[in-house]
Design a protein around this ligand. Sequence first.
Ligand code: MIC
Length: 669
Amino acid sequence: MAKNLTEKIITQHLVEGRMVAGEEIGIRIDHTLLQDATGTMAMLEFETLGLKRVKVDLAAQYVDHNLLQTDFKNADDHKYLRSACAHYGINYSEPGNGISHIVHMERFGRPGLTLLGADSHTPGAAGVSMLAIGAGGLDVALAMAGYSYHFPCPKVLGVRLSGTLPDWVSAKDLILEMLRRYDVKGCRGKVVEYYGPGVRTLTATDRMTIGNMGTELGATSTVFPSDEQTRKWLLAQGREADWQELEADVGCHYDEHAELDLGSLEPLIACPTSPGNIKRISEVAGTKVDQVIVGSSVNGSYRDLMMTAGIVKDRHAAAELSFHVNPGSRQVLENVAENSGVMPLLLAGARIHQSGCLGCIGMGQAPGTDQVSLRTFPRNFPGRSGTKGDQVYLCSPETAAASALKGVITDPRELAAEMAWPEVIPPDKYIVDTSSLIAPTPESFETEVVRGPNIKPFPEFESLPKTLKARVVLKVEDNISTDGIMPAGSKVLPLRSNIEAISEFVFYQLDPEFSLRCKGFGQAVVIGGDNYGQGSSREHAALAPRYLGVRAKIVKSFARIHKANLCNFGILPLTFKNPADYAAIKAGDPLVIPDVRQHLEAGETELKVKIGAREIITLLEVSSRQRQHLIAGGTLNHVRQMLKAENKKPPRKSARGRKARPNKHDSAA
Ligand code: MIC
């Protein structure tokens, strides 16, 4: 039967389940990706599994988030990660070498493979036609240990592209157009697969931009064919041998379908405070801008920096405007420098920073009070920049550069009256400098793993109680992001390996008393609206609330990664059977789920919840695997129980006669 490309890649990697949309499947993972903000905890979790070496074809760890070193914590974590990588067989990318997604695509990405990354923007690897999925750190740690990755089988939304992008309009405008159509939850449970003649006109890094920010649509992943553009990219990276052609079969079926004419696109902008709050530039043109930042995982490519340099060449950013450039990788910066892109940026007044995520997660670059910040980043959830009440707009490098020059939000097409469009032709051969990418070797396996004092042991969690008695600690609205639940930023991010310390900041911006109240309640429940937990993959948005005693979340609907993280840490992800019940619950209400453990063991999908004298019905829509994890109090508890039980059995022999446990791509987890 004719298959679309997503189905082809999934079928080739399927180890469990049926390809029925919504049913849980398990797939084999070829590459894993960790970044330091999620990776320190993921590495600690991997260590608790007791393996000598990673059991995945390629594992990589990037240091790109926690780059500020205001005290010992981040530097200690970098050292821990470097030593653990050497010891367990993982590629280590040093601080300053670049953002995980960009470096992975430059050095390792290969068409047709699966990539699981502890970062929600992992689908950026669509640029090299991988099926790349963002997940919580624990899921990635398990994949590193050779277990398969489980997730709901996605539907495939086929988007047929035609035409070519007009001058001054770029791939960012395409993904902003998708956000205008689908908003932040319209693609949940779907892989967005682009095809058609327009695809050929998009370069590998254009595709990376579209895949990266496809996450904001709520999509599980984004897929592009592997074609001449992919080959050109791999050739320019000195990796042509890694190329293979891939495309959907003629006559294949898509669950849903859309058309997009690239020629009809115009510059768009996401207004505060959601990537889905899309407007035409004309609707906000003339708004005074205080800060412009070009860069990040979505727009930190060579093309994006050279386009910016081309636009600002021989001019200067507007007076009083703070103009920043954050290169996506060291390779990008080296190539921009080699091709005369750095001087125009410097002479335009740009503050050129080291490559990394930086202001995208509030690691510096916070705007001032009431200031407007225009960024080429993927997200602008409230307070994410580090400034309360922030006014962050998201746009293309073209719009950012034009606005930096004019000091107000500007449609870049207006520049056509003053200058020619500075077309960027990517190099045939990039300068490839791998000196900051440390590959493991048999000798490095002897390295001792070094832990700094900020790295605390992983907390022990109890299994699910017989009956859950708790109180509603907080009620929140629709579209609460994980930034709202577990803020990032320069103060909080260094605490990612210390759950006790980071738990003080749960819901900090919305409700500074949250953690204190939880402690008083003992067991707590959070009530939420639609698309609860959208945004990042950070498992700390589940792990830290669990540490504070949150045992259930009852919401109208969940975002995929957060729901999986809740199961991983033993928090019941419940939804209202009747969404109208949301209105009848308030913070402080006492709440009981009688015989909850027994109901879970019996496989029930409806749970009665008593709130005072009233009773409502909630739904528990999880797989039987997740059910077991919830009963155990979390995935690690479950896996440890399984490993213990296995240890008691006489050793099984593998085909090669070795004791075979855990099996590569085993599904115990
Ligand atoms: C983000 O963009 O929100 C982050 C910071 O990269 C997160 C990961 C994290 O919280 O560490 C993500 O996208 O998953």
